[in-house]
Design a binder for this molecule. Sequence first.
Ligand code: AQP
Length: 336
Amino acid sequence: MAKGRILSGIQPTGNLHLGNYLGAIRNWVGMQKDYECFFCIVDLHAITADFINPADLTRATREVAAGYIASGIDPAHPALFVQSHVPAHAELAWVLNCVARLGWLNRMTQFKDKAGKNRENASAGLYVYPNLMAADILVYKATHVPVGEDQKQHIELARDIAQKFNHDYGTELFVQPEPVIQGPGTRVMSLRDGAKKMSKSDPSDFSRINMIDSADAIAQKLKKATTDPNALPESVEGLEGRPEAGNLLNIYAALTDRKLPEVVAETAGWGWGQFKTRLTETAVGVLGPINAEMARLMADPAELDRILAKGAEKARGVANPVLAEVYKTVGFLPST
Ligand code: AQP
């Protein structure tokens, strides 16, 4: 029997990167045997920030699907689908917009980071993004949400929304979802600045390793990655105040499926040249086969679309009855 139900997703806002892989996708691959899984490509979220050229959004949506499958998500098992193909997400989000409080949304650090200084010019969609994310999760009554560290606050908000809805309407309809944040890849930082997370929307392509990068591009980016003048530390404590060194060692640990102290012991006293060569070989060894498979899948968009259509059908089969239950609980007059 499944240990629970998982929902997770990635925005098709650009190229998938190592942070998405280590912080999210790789964990999903490990969990898919034990949980009933719903993995989506969250295109409704993707239009909340900067304007995206429609053709780029379409291409990125298929690319994220290809990235999931090439990384080992079995499309025959979980529901792998595009968020906008399941209208219940957006419909539930409206109800949740009316449950979440402005004070709760005002505390969301991702909105503050993404809106930056020009808050007045941010879209209303970016502001209510966490309510849509709560709908994504609650519409499946998901029990577990595997994410990177950056999404923890949004899951906590989804829990608050579920609790308030249940309390206001005197129901047990919504399940409280648990965040699952595991492994050394939960917060992969930019290659240029150890204080910033690796992100699709960073204007510098040298800040991230994309899942579709060639071996040469990976080598070049790691060669240029910011470091400091000291050799690699003898102990984990020696990483204090060295965010870039910590980030590269964490990436190495995550890629080799080891704990940080183990890789620190292996690389103690190494110079950056030696370490970067090792890290490049490792990253190319992991990402090379994935990006070759992504290219193969992207060459057949009709097949990808067929997989996604099937996944959406499965997802609608679960989400629509939950939405109907919500509408009934709220008191909306049935349409038939
Ligand atoms: N740097 C990261 N380290 C670890 N995990 C990460 N994730 C994203 N960046 C890192 C995890 O990937 C999943 C999908 O995230 P998303 O693309 O939907 O949204 P995001 O977190 O906003 O990612 P980006 O790359 O920063 O996208 P943009 O630039 O478009 O906003 C989540 O589980 C996230 O934790």
